[in-house]
Write a protein that binds this ligand. Structure first.
Ligand code: ACO
Length: 366
């Protein structure tokens, strides 16, 4: 065998912890301080921004077309209409798939020859596909987009068929903005690896969605609600949590690979859901569950600081604005698509294939 380069002899960090695998101008997560910075802005400053403004922030200078939030709003409207048209032949195949599987199918059907700029198309398509999937699963007909509306308002309108209240639109905008980008998380890294091969934006974001869909990453908010329902009453909180921890189960909505303190996104979303009357009963109960869970995690896992993560209050917010829990991961993808597309554009500019080494620990050849 040829000699192995010295650097390959080192044991890789499990889970690539602390490995810096890319340079980015897009976002930074400080896990010790509990801070998220998106292109020069702290998360708290962005929380009131319409989603289109965050898209302008993330996309600016990344493509030949530098477009304002106002232009993005109208181009997204047109791209939602185009997505609705492209989706029609796929609707009959929906019943056998889960919501996230159906979204994966629809996204992967977007043609590489599509003339709408692919980053706009990908962001526009997720709410159209997600609401069509939800409604089809409920036996209802999908609602066509209204290109004149802002993205979040139309997302909620395509879900329910009626114009949403300004409070709900604001809450969904805060959600999409809050989850738009978050450093080199597993799905974003996946998108960058695929983009580095030249596979194109749609292929890259389909890969990202595949990485997002389970509870260790973006699949936890539905199970957060399942947990709250299973606990049921205040008297059951402590016994239920103790039982789950005793069986070695993980409490959904707690813990994070990077944050060692509270995830800053949790409080932004808690504030947003507090503004909605639909969230008030849940939020009071969830607050008690959170308090008890944090105390028990501290006691049972003293070696590992485990705090509330973004998914805990995501679950309450998405439920309060009207999404069914089996669609929560799709709504997460609607927000994170902003970051995925920006990272794909950034990666494509580097022109460098991502191709790390592995350390061979198998048998020597005979
Ligand atoms: N509940 C109970 N114990 C936990 C939890 C939890 N939520 N999270 C971690 N632990 C424990 C582990 O069991 C392990 O304990 P042990 O050393 O006694 O075996 C210890 O903490 C370390 O666990 P790791 O797997 O090394 O932690 P990691 O940093 O890889 O995990 C993760 C991060 C996957 C998010 C984890 O905390 C988890 O599974 N949380 C629950 C699911 C969840 O909320 N997912 C959403 C994450 S946010 C996002 O990605 C958008």
């Amino acid at each position: 065998m040829s000699p192995t380069p010295a650097f390959v002899d080192k044991r890789p960090a499990p889970g690539l912890d602390n490995v810096v695998a890319a340079e980015t101008i897009l976002s930074h997560v400080d896990g010790q301080a509990g801070e998220l910075v998106v292109r020069g802005y702290h998360l708290a400053e962005l929380a009131d921004w319409p989603f289109e403004q965050v898209l302008e922030l993330l996309w600016s200078e990344q493509t030949a077309m530098n477009i304002s939030a106002r232009a993005i709003r109208s181009l997204l409207g047109e791209a939602r209409l185009r997505s609705f048209e492209l989706m029609q032949p796929l609707l009959p195949g929906l019943p056998s798939l889960t919501s996230v599987e159906a979204l994966r199918l629809f996204l992967s059907s977007l043609p590489d020859y599509e003339t709408t700029p692919h980053h706009l198309m990908a962001v526009a398509a997720v709410p159209v596909f997600t609401t069509a999937i939800i409604r089809s699963r409920q036996g209802l007909v999908p609602i066509a987009p209204d290109a004149s509306l802002a993205h979040s308002a139309d997302f909620l309108r395509m879900l329910s068929g009626t114009l949403p209240s300004p409070e709900k639109v604001r809450a969904l905008d805060t959600y999409l903005t809050t989850v738009a980008d978050h450093g080199l998380n597993a799905s974003t890294f996946t998108a960058r690896v695929i983009a580095s091969t030249g596979a194109g934006l749609f292929s890259s974001v389909v890969g990202a969605l595949c990485a997002l869909k389970e509870p260790l990453h973006g699949g936890a908010p539905g199970p957060v609600l399942d947990m709250l329902d299973a606990i049921g009453t205040v008297a059951e909180i402590e016994p239920w949590l103790l039982g789950a921890l005793g069986r070695g189960e993980r409490l959904m909505g707690f813990g994070h690979r990077i944050y060692r303190v509270r995830d800053p996104r949790a409080d932004v979303l808690k504030d947003a859901v507090s503004t909605l009357k639909e969230g008030s009963d849940r939020i009071a109960f969830a607050g008690k569950v959170e308090e008890a869970a944090l105390a028990l995690l501290k006691e049972k896992k003293p070696m590992r600081p485990l705090q509330t993560n973004v998914e805990f209050y995501t679950a309450l917010l998405l439920e309060a604005v009207g999404f069914p829990r089996d669609s929560f991961t799709n709504v997460f993808a609607a927000g994170r698509m902003a970051g995925w597309t920006a990272h794909v554009l950034e990666q494509e500019c580097t022109g460098r294939l991502i191709r790390p080494q592995s350390r061979y620990i198998g048998p020597d050849p005979k």
